[in-house]
Design a binder for this molecule. Structure first.
Ligand code: FPP
Length: 250
């Protein structure tokens, strides 16, 4: 079948034995980690936040240029109000305490998800961190906060439909890649590798469109125990996988 060059996934990517340029992580297991130590769930989230710093520091050493972290899903509002409030306080604290270090390390931070329902103070802090790190490029850190892929896709579809209705986009031109520029991740490459910690093998509404050709790794390690060593092991395994993007390679 004929494909235009820009539509050929093989033309755009290294197909095997390449380092993972974009790693996305579902950070799971904070609650169980804390429970196993007789501690409140929030303690697990706090220890999890420390691991964010360690993994951010480790990524450039492995050639990872994009790191996307699932910090709070559109479904997480269903948790106890005290846990939700504690998580929101942790995000504010993280921004306050990590901004200088992220700037110094050359990390560019972006947030994806629907910011509308978030507290205005947190939204201002998120925008401030994005602005403070906008010129960096050693690592692109994307934090998914009040993110859900179905929510992202419905927001994107609405905007595309509005552009079609207004005549800015022709309905005949709508194809497999048409939603990409409307996604929260429009400026990012698709993830090469999606990791989920804590032994669960679910995608949980994370980057559903973008992970069409991603490799997946599910590790039993709880997020507060996940660090440089486990990341290195997973990336080494990824390096030996052959990625075919739907094609047959010789
Ligand atoms: C899932 O574990 C984890 C979360 C919903 C929160 C993730 C947040 C952090 C790691 C905190 C800091 C993040 C940043 C970016 C500063 P869970 O609570 O569902 O664990 P469980 O399945 O064992 O209950």
């Amino acid at each position: 079948m004929f494909r235009a060059p820009h539509e050929d996934p093989l033309a755009a990517k290294d197909t095997s034995h390449s380092p993972a340029s974009h790693v996305a992580i579902i950070m799971d297991g904070n609650g169980r980690w804390a429970k196993g130590r007789g501690k409140p769930r929030l303690y697990g989230h706090k220890m999890g936040a420390r691991r964010v710093r360690e993994v951010v520091e480790a990524c450039p050493d492995h050639g990872v240029r994009y790191l996307t972290l699932y910090a709070f899903s559109t479904e997480n509002w269903k948790r106890a109000p005290s846990e939700v409030a504690g998580l929101m306080a942790l995000f504010r604290q993280f921004i306050r305490s990590e901004t200088a270090e992220l700037v110094a390390q050359g990390v560019r931070v972006r947030f994806i998800g629907d910011r509308g329902p978030l507290n205005p103070k947190l939204r201002r802090m998120m925008a401030g961190l994005e602005e403070a790190t906008a010129c960096n490029g050693a690592l692109n850190l994307t934090v998914a906060l009040n993110y859900g892929a179905r929510d992202e896709l419905s927001r994107a579809a609405l905007r595309l439909a509005q552009d079609v209705a207004a005549g800015r986009v022709s309905a005949d031109a709508v194809g497999a890649d048409s939603l990409r520029p409307y996604l929260d991740t429009a400026d990012l490459p698709d993830p090469d590798l999606v990791i989920r910690t804590s032994g669960e093998s679910r995608v949980s509404n994370f980057l559903l469109w973008q992970s069409a050709y991603s490799e997946f790794e599910f590790t039993p390690v709880y997020w507060p125990d996940f660090g440089r060593a486990e990341l290195g092991r997973i990336l080494a395994r990824f390096g030996s996988r052959e990625r075919r993007f739907g094609a047959v390679l010789s």
